[in-house]
Design a protein around this ligand. Structure first.
Ligand code: LMR
Length: 335
């Protein structure tokens, strides 16, 4: 650049309120709703370290935990508007984006183990859904499997009938809604940030979640019972604003892709360990009575909830449900 060009650039930069240096870092705001010591919180911090290291400081990642920047629904809107660049929401919350198909993964007892969860997120069906997200201005960078969910309540939940009349917090989505209704409970959608207080004050009687969230949000301190039901999963999609990601210089994007890949491995290993540790800690706390479903109880839950699969054929189409069964290794029980 000539001296004149440099001087002009400086004048323009000052007029725009920015410093003249071209080496200002690119800021990535990463907002999430869980505690910093939950698996997603740890992964967000890990990503920050890797991203800043691999881009040699060209990128600065600001992590906002515990809904301190945005709550569940707001964060998706903020991403589409470009006010935040990275999120990792549970895919059960994608309905408001206009991609209702993601609810399908909430079908009860669909995914029975970690290997099946990974197989599902790597499937061609998931790539189809990724395309749908792209049309909404959202680019999925990775899926993080946070493991199987358990129920908590102020009543012991042993048999399906035990849910009758309970107000249950759900994350959102038509499948979660149908599950609660099938069980004779009353579903209530609440943002994650409001769940502790709702449980404490009796606005709702129970909820379902991964053990690491129940521990780090202290839900177990205000719930007398926990049932190890393993009826669902929490899967996160690490998502970015499509236009923002496409605008990154190629070398920066490559470095960030590397950080994403390493963070995904870190997340999956952390989630598995943290969920096991959380169950032990909750059990040891003596505040919550823990029950592991017996084989007979589990069969009764599955039998009670299979009608939700049938009901959802109308929403997702039989053919798509069957492809998802195959992708996630699910075999419907013989009736
Ligand atoms: C919930 O809302 O219960 C979870 O999706 C929160 C989370 O992000 O793990």
């Amino acid at each position: 650049m000539t001296r004149l060009a440099i001087a002009l650039a400086a004048v323009v930069a000052i007029a725009l309120g920015k410093p003249a240096q071209a080496d200002e870092p690119i800021i990535i705001k990463f907002s999430h709703v869980v505690a910093p010591d939950a698996p997603k919180g740890k992964a967000a911090n890990f990503f920050k370290e890797q991203a800043e290291k691999y881009t040699n400081g060209k990128v600065k990642v600001e992590v906002y935990p515990n809904s301190s920047l945005y709550k569940d629904k707001e964060e998706l809107e903020a991403l589409q508007l470009g006010s935040v660049q990275l999120l990792a929401p549970s895919i059960s919350k994608f309905g408001p984006l206009g991609v209702k198909e993601f609810d399908i993964f909430d079908l009860p007892f669909l995914i029975s183990n970690d290997a099946h969860a990974r197989q599902m997120t790597a499937s061609p069906e998931m790539s189809e859904l990724n395309q749908k997200l792209e049309t909404k201005g959202v680019s999925p960078l990775a899926y993080w499997d946070n493991g199987a969910t358990v129920y908590t309540a102020n009543r012991a939940l042993i048999w399906p009938d035990d849910f009758r009349g309970l107000k249950m917090r759900i994350q959102g989505g038509k499948v979660y809604d149908a599950i609660a209704r099938e069980l004779g409970a009353f579903p209530q959608i609440l943002p994650f940030s409001e769940v502790y207080q709702a449980l404490q004050t009796g606005v709702v009687d129970g909820e379902d979640n991964v053990p690491s969230n129940i521990l780090t949000q202290k839900f177990y301190e205000v719930q007398r019972h926990l049932t190890v039901s393993l009826h669902g999963r929490i899967t996160y999609a690490l998502i970015t604003n499509k236009t923002f990601w496409a605008s990154l210089p190629a070398d920066v994007r490559e470095a960030l892709d590397r950080a994403v890949k390493e963070t995904t491995d870190f997340f999956n290993a952390t989630a598995q360990k943290d969920n096991a540790d959380a169950l032990n800690k909750i059990g040891a706390s003596g505040k919550t009575e823990m029950h592991v479903l017996s084989e007979a109880e589990r069969k009764a839950w599955i039998a009670k909830l299979m009608p939700v699969h049938a009901e959802m054929q109308g929403r997702f189409g039989r053919e798509f449900i069957e492809r998802i069964y195959k992708a996630s290794g699910f075999t419907p029980p013989q009736s």
